[in-house]
Ligand binder design. Structure first.
Ligand code: COA
Length: 217
């Protein structure tokens, strides 16, 4: 049954806009997950192999205006290394509402937290959204932050009743871990290829297409 806007939010739809908190070890993996609490360091020391790791709270939330420069810097670093496509500052501003970020409480001179990961979900066509610009800052990789960012995008797709999520990626193995399947690029609608004309790699796309099909909501 279709729910009214208010019912939909009361039933938890607005959760896509709530921050999610996870605990990571600097030097370790995810320990547990708690929803809807502010970020703070736990002050806990965790024995991980030979070195002691510190447990830190990371918060996943929708991106805000104040995050744009950090996002630009994160993508620039990986795009220079050829690991992802670059995104201009104006492109990030235009698509800011698409982004989720992960941050930890590690204040810079301006008092901002450190952004350690980002991922965007962009609606591109009927019942089709694309995961774009997934990146986790180097010292924080392999702590399931990428996986948790993908989960946020999946929740958002469900909220919008979108059942097909795809990505064009250099890391298909990562996406497969989150349930995506490798597909032939020709399975994607022509609309995608019109967007590709603006890509720096066009027409020599060397990315792999992956798709996640969700149950009908
Ligand atoms: C790819 C990326 C987003 C992964 O983020 P992450 O937070 O490190 O990933 P997770 O810890 O959630 O990984 C979950 C699983 O995915 C797989 N995986 C993670 N990174 C991978 C990689 N670089 N290559 C292949 N598989 C990978 C692993 O099986 C991992 O589980 P494990 O650590 O228990 O083996 C991150 O390495 C990154 O930002 N890379 C540079 C930019 C990039 O390549 N973006 C991808 C879009 S093109």
């Amino acid at each position: 049954m279709y729910r009214t806007g208010r019912q939909r939010y009361e039933k938890g739809g607005a959760a896509i806009y709530y921050p999610t908190e996870i605990e990571i070890e600097i030097g370790g993996g995810v320990l547990n997950q708690n929803k809807n609490r502010p970020a703070k360091k736990t002050g806990r020391t965790v024995e991980s192999g030979k070195s002691a790791a510190v447990a830190v709270k990371a918060v996943l939330r929708k991106a805000l205006m104040c995050d744009v420069k950090s996002l630009y810097g994160l993508f620039l670093e990986y795009s220079k290394a050829g690991e992802m496509l670059p995104r201009s500052m104006s492109d990030i501003y235009e698509h800011l509402r698409d982004f989720y970020i992960a941050e930890i409480e590690n204040k810079d001179a301006a008092g901002s937290n450190e952004i350690i990961g980002a991922c965007a979900l962009t609606i591109v066509w009927e019942n089709l959204a694309e995961v774009r610009s997934l990146a986790v800052k180097r010292p924080y990789t392999r702590k399931r932050i990428g996986t948790e960012l993908i989960k946020k995008c999946v929740e958002e797709a469900k909220f919008f009743k979108i059942t097909n999520i795809f990505a064009l990626t250099y890391k298909p193995q990562f996406f497969e871990k989150s349930g995506f399947k490798i597909i032939d690029k020709s399975e994607l609608p022509h609309k995608i290829w019109s967007d590709c004309i603006n890509c720096v790699k066009f027409p020599d796309c060397d990315e792999t297409a992956v798709m996640l099909k969700l149950q009908t909501p």
